[in-house]
Ligand binder design. Structure first.
Ligand code: ACO
Length: 402
């Protein structure tokens, strides 16, 4: 029989919490956020300290293992990841099956999902060793997949990973180098890029991480889980916001039109939102945004782009929104993606790659959360219930009588 919500008391009690605003779906030791105070800690370490002192692979190790590595552990982890960055040669054929003008995120969803057709020797999720091997493979191969999605897009040859470069530099190499000339990553830009990776590495149970956990809770293989996470991240309300921010700035076009767009963002009859502003959890400045804001100014200085019209427009929008009563009263601050979008644009990265870079950074968090779930004896298959609001029971009507 249909369960009518009006008779729900007879069938048990459900928590109705659209958007999971106040529902904890798991225990986790990985990341702590206090949105009111603007705090973000990984395994107890403030994000400010990690961004200042660590490289990305150290942060990835911390997320996955619970402790910062010592020197020997760091070297071994770095060697393992560096030694796994190549893709199976047959995978290049998968890229070639896509349209050249496909969005890099669309290609990433497909290629990362297809890893389960190549690396199925590490997919026994009940075996901790297999889980670790898959985690390493994902951390190592997702940057190669992201960079190749871009190369395929622009019609340039795929560039193979370079083991003497660090994680951030190697990605820049695979994206920007060509076989025709020597490519040496600019150290300031490589540092800024590494910071983007660190700041996006994990953020507890956001939409994409919850997706990874939910997909993984059925016992699905790790490559399918991360592919699902990438698909979830692509949405403009989540990781797609960095690309949407730059697209919006291009649409605004000139400082003189900021007022018009601010008014549209306030107008409840208009679905337009100011991209790069607001956050579900932070009701204070996102600590990652504060760090990225500083990096953003450093990068614009180094590249001499302070007077570039696009960046002047971004900084003018930031100033106006931070002073506007609508944004102030709702505690809508620029989020990390507002600034990371500007930094990536200044580095010459096209808008279409912004979310792909977010995905490669977040891979560390996704696999740490996925591994944690599988080590948790209390973990169950995710199966939310609903409050049924449809029709009550009725009798079937023959086609000729409808
Ligand atoms: N522009 C204009 N108004 C906004 C914005 C915005 N960017 N964000 C929120 N608001 C308003 C809402 O209209 C609402 O107003 P009301 O109280 O008058 O109805 C109020 O602020 C609260 O907004 P909610 O929608 O309840 O906030 P929620 O927590 O559901 O949404 C979200 C958070 C999705 C991030 C939202 O702020 C948004 O859409 N921002 C733009 C997209 C973006 O930048 N996303 C990146 C998120 S960060 C990340 O993924 C790393």
């Amino acid at each position: 029989d249909v369960i009518d919500i009006r008779t729900l008391g007879k069938h048990g009690v459900y928590t109705y919490d659209p958007g999971f605003m106040s529902t904890a779906a798991c225990n986790s030791n990985i990341t702590f956020i206090d949105g009111e105070q603007g705090l973000l800690y990984h395994r107890g370490y403030p994000i400010e300290e990690l961004a200042e002192h660590c490289d990305y692979l150290e942060v990835a190790y911390l997320l996955m293992h619970g402790e910062l590595p010592n020197a020997a552990e760091k070297q071994q982890f770095t060697d393992t990841i560096t030694g796994s960055t190549m893709l199976h040669d047959q995978l290049s054929n998968i890229f070639r099956g896509f349209r050249r003008d496909a969005h890099p995120m669309a290609v990433m969803v497909g290629v990362v999902g297809s890893l389960s057709a190549f690396y199925f020797d590490s997919m026994d999720i009940l075996n901790p060793k297999h889980r670790e091997i898959s985690a390493h493979r994902l951390l190592a191969k997702v940057p190669t997949i992201a960079a190749w999605s871009y190369k395929y897009n622009i019609g340039q040859p795929f560039m193979y990973p370079q083991n003497h470069l660090n994680y951030a530099e190697n990605f820049m190499y695979m994206m920007f180098a060509t076989p025709c000339e020597q490519y040496v990553p600019n150290p300031v830009l490589a540092k800024a890029f590494e910071r983007i990776l660190i700041l996006h590495a994990d953020h507890e149970q956001n939409a994409s991480t919850s997706t990874v956990r939910l997909v993984g809770s059925s016992g699905a293989n790790p490559f399918a889980c991360i592919s699902a996470g990438i698909a979830s991240l692509w949405g403009p309300a989540h990781g797609g916001a960095n690309e949407a921010t730059l697209n919006m700035l291009e649409e605004i076009g000139d400082v003189s039109r900021i007022g018009e767009f601010i008014n549209r963002a306030k107008d409840k009859s208009d679905s337009f939102r100011l991209m790069g502003f607001g956050h579900r959890v932070y009701r204070n400045m996102d600590p990652r945004a504060a760090i990225m804001r500083k990096t953003c100014h450093e990068v614009l200085d180094v590249l001499g782009l302070n007077n570039d019209p696009m960046f002047k427009l971004a900084l003018a929008l930031e100033k106006i929104a931070l002073e506007d009563e609508y944004f102030v009263s709702r505690k809508l601050y620029p989020n990390v993606d507002f600034y990371s979008g500007i930094v990536m644009r200044a580095m010459g990265i096209p808008n279409s790659m912004f979310t792909a870079i977010f995905a490669l950074a977040r891979t560390a968090g996704w696999i740490a959360q996925w591994s944690e779930m599988h080590s948790d004896p209390e973990a169950k298959i995710g199966r939310p219930r609903q409050l049924y609001t449809g029709s009550a029971k009725r009798s079937f009507v023959e086609l000729n009588k409808r």
